[in-house]
Design a protein around this ligand. Structure first.
Ligand code: SF4
Ligand code: SF4
Length: 99
């Protein structure tokens, strides 16, 4: 598989690591990832609005806000969000070059 790569001004090749998922059970809604992200990837939502994990009783009881992937395809793979997340919620991986 050929993955997407970039090149620095100094000519060094690097491999972007794109955000794939947020562990919303671990997320504390601190907003650090949102603030550091240069793109429109994240949005904060109310936990009550989550419908994907509504069967998890413990999680349903957790109060407040939680981060959500609004547009994962807008990610440029800089991984800054994971450097600032205090809970290790975000997972990343390189992406294949589109055929
Ligand atoms: S990897 Fe960079 S662009 Fe992608 S979501 Fe994280 S901070 Fe935003
Ligand atoms: S930085 Fe981590 S804990 Fe904070 S809102 Fe983002 S995903 Fe949640």
């Amino acid at each position: 598989m050929t993955v997407i790569t970039g090149i620095t001004r100094g000519g060094v090749e690097w491999t972007p690591s794109f955000v794939i998922t947020i562990d919303q059970e671990r997320c504390i809604g601190c907003g650090r990832c949102y603030k550091v992200c240069p793109r429109e990837v994240f949005t904060l939502i109310d936990r009550d609005d989550l419908d994907t994990i509504e069967d998890d009783d413990d999680f349903d009881d957790a109060p407040g806000m939680v981060m959500h992937l609004a547009d994962a395809l807008d990610c440029i793979g800089c991984a800054a969000c994971s450097r600032v997340c205090p809970k290790g919620c975000l997972s990343h991986q390189p992406s294949a070059v589109a055929a």
